[in-house]
Design a protein around this ligand. Sequence first.
Ligand SMILES: NC(=O)c1ccc[n+]([C@@H]2O[C@H](COP(=O)([O-])OP(=O)(O)OC[C@H]3O[C@@H](n4cnc5c(N)ncnc54)[C@H](OP(=O)(O)O)[C@@H]3O)[C@@H](O)[C@H]2O)c1
Length: 236
Amino acid sequence: MPAKILDGKALAATLRAAVKNSVAALAARGVQPGLAAVLVGDDPASRVYVRNKVRACEEAGILPAISPAKDVDGFHAVNLGALVQGRPGFVPGTPSGVMRLIDHAAVPVAGRKAVIVGRSTIVGKPLALLLLQKDATVTICHSKTADLASITRQADILVAAVGKAGMITAPMVKPGACVIDVGINRLPDGKLVGDVDFAAVKDVAGAITPVPGGVGPMTVAMLMANTVRAAELALG
Ligand SMILES: NC(=O)c1ccc[n+]([C@@H]2O[C@H](COP(=O)([O-])OP(=O)(O)OC[C@H]3O[C@@H](n4cnc5c(N)ncnc54)[C@H](OP(=O)(O)O)[C@@H]3O)[C@@H](O)[C@H]2O)c1
């Protein structure tokens, strides 16, 4: 049986409608939430830009200069530290969007094996912490991981966040697993694809996110939600 498609576009639209209501409520109190840099859509060039921006800021030590209270990307050391400690803070949009998708699809997490391929600061590591908070047993894989397929095959929840088109193939997936594809890759013919070989994996997985229309719209929706929350917190 083909996998259930986890429609991030539809869920993101619901979240954005809720955000819109919050913005209206804030406007009634005389506050207009603002965001210095807004990333909308699935354009890989924009993603690369943001990723490079984060890396450049990390290298330059610029990020700590940003107030953690306005760090709606959740990249500030204070917010990442809060995530490690399980305290409230701003969580990066992509991992929190992934958690919302998993939750919305009622995919069991507690006691299940979650494997994340990719260990970036904006996706892999924070997502591992969020899954851990929900009592998953988490493994993080990366470019030096030996025999990747033997590990991914154990995953009840498999997340690909690498940036390599089609690298997760059907034999790497446990039948019935929930497969979350964070990757965004542009093929030479201009087509956008994820890190997962969707056509083949959808016949093995129990649930799967498409690219585009899966994690990407959720990231944007969560960023909007964080922005409104920052404005609400600023109001007190
Ligand atoms: N959908 C969205 O909203 C969204 C948001 C953010 C990013 N993305 C996309 O997600 C992908 C990953 O982004 P990122 O910023 O997390 O990437 P990144 O910082 O480039 O990290 C990529 C990770 O993949 C690992 N890796 C590379 N080759 C591998 C291999 N052959 N086997 C196993 N692991 C391998 C790397 O390992 P090492 O650490 O050992 O180098 C690294 O940890 C990109 O396609 C990006 O465009 C999408």
